[in-house]
Design a protein around this ligand. Structure first.
Ligand code: AVI
Length: 319
């Protein structure tokens, strides 16, 4: 019993560098880096779902608790018959909380991981038979657009999980500006933002005892090997993450355990022992710091909620 969804491909028609070009530029860059979006192949998306269940990884369950408590106020702000657009929908779990409590008749999930997106939106369509469900496989770091069949009325954008923290603050502002441009005045943006806190709590969340985060990070190398034919051996790298206080961000790296040389598309890539590929940043904000950033992008704050330990925040912003 497969529920029907309306499927859309990359929502922007512009031409962008390919994955090979981007990875090559990152590995030959100084310092070496790779965009965190490439962490999310099928396996990576599954590993991320496991991370969300970990004791150490507080953001997911904390955001859910905040959403549950704030739901009556969020419902009042979102109004009736809204269209919900979720960025980085992943397993589409949190959105169920909204679907159960808000007045929503159309849902669009946007995610970079195609099969994962199709599976999770199909499940959603089966569980909410009255809901019009759309899925768009798109890389929203390259700009945002809506499929033509989605009416840009009564829109509520949902960007949970503090994925905004995976952009640099400058890129976050650009992204929010483009969202502001896309959303008609009066639309809402419900966004989860992780907060600055005790370094020990932060570092534990990205260095879990079971090693799932390490596996999530190292899976990137398996993906580059499988999809791009890069001769790279995960045994020669190790996961490292730490809080960079000056930059207010968790950094995730893959450290080369040995000095090594790789060949990729005619380029020689040399690693010193201990040299890393920087694979992710996860910026942490104060409530006010994020409100200022959102204001610079044109959004007005209509509500902000946190948990009783001030671990995480959820903001309702008005376009
Ligand atoms: C998706 N994103 C918000 C997660 C984060 O916390 O920055 C990705 C993640 N990386 C390691 N653990 C989780």
């Amino acid at each position: 019993n497969i529920a029907e969804i309306h499927f859309h491909n990359q929502l922007s028609g512009d031409s962008f560098p390919t994955m090979t070009e981007e990875v090559l530029a990152g590995l030959t860059g100084k310092p070496k880096h790779c965009s965190p979006k490439y962490l999310y192949d099928q396996k990576g998306s599954e590993l991320f779902e496991k991370i969300c269940e970990l004791d150490e990884y507080y953001p997911t369950r904390t955001e859910e608790t905040i959403l549950i408590h704030a739901m009556p106020e969020i419902a009042a702000l979102a109004g009736k018959d809204a269209t919900l657009v979720e960025f980085g929908s992943g397993a589409s779990r949190k959105v169920r909380l909204l679907l159960d409590s808000l007045s929503i008749n159309c849902y669009l999930g946007i995610d970079i991981s195609r099969e994962f997106l199709i599976e999770s939106t199909r499940r959603l369509a089966a569980d909410y038979p009255w809901l019009e469900v759309h899925a768009a496989c798109a890389d929203f770091t390259r700009g945002v657009a809506l499929p033509e069949t989605i009416e840009p009325r009564g829109l509520v954008a949902f960007f949970p999980g503090s994925s905004i923290g995976n952009f640099t603050p400058e890129a976050a502002e650009r992204f929010l500006k483009s969202l502001h441009h896309l959303l008609p005045p009066g639309s809402g943006l419900l966004i989860g933002v992780d907060l600055l806190k005790d370094i020990r709590i932060l570092e534990a969340a990205y260095n879990d005892a079971e090693g799932i985060t390490a596996e999530f990070n190292l899976n990137l190398l398996d993906r580059l090997r499988r999809e791009l034919g890069l001769c790279i051996d995960r045994e020669r790298f190790s996961h490292r993450s730490f809080f960079n206080t000056d930059e207010s961000r968790i950094e995730m790296h893959l450290d080369s355990r040995v000095a090594q040389v790789l060949q990729f598309h005619g380029q020689t890539i040399r690693f010193r022992e201990g040299e890393s590929i920087h694979t992710e940043n996860s910026y942490k904000y104060s409530v006010e710091g994020f409100q200022h950033l959102a204001a610079r992008a044109g959004f007005a704050s209509r509500g902000v909620w946190t948990d009783d330990q001030d671990l995480f925040s959820v903001h309702y912003l008005l376009a």
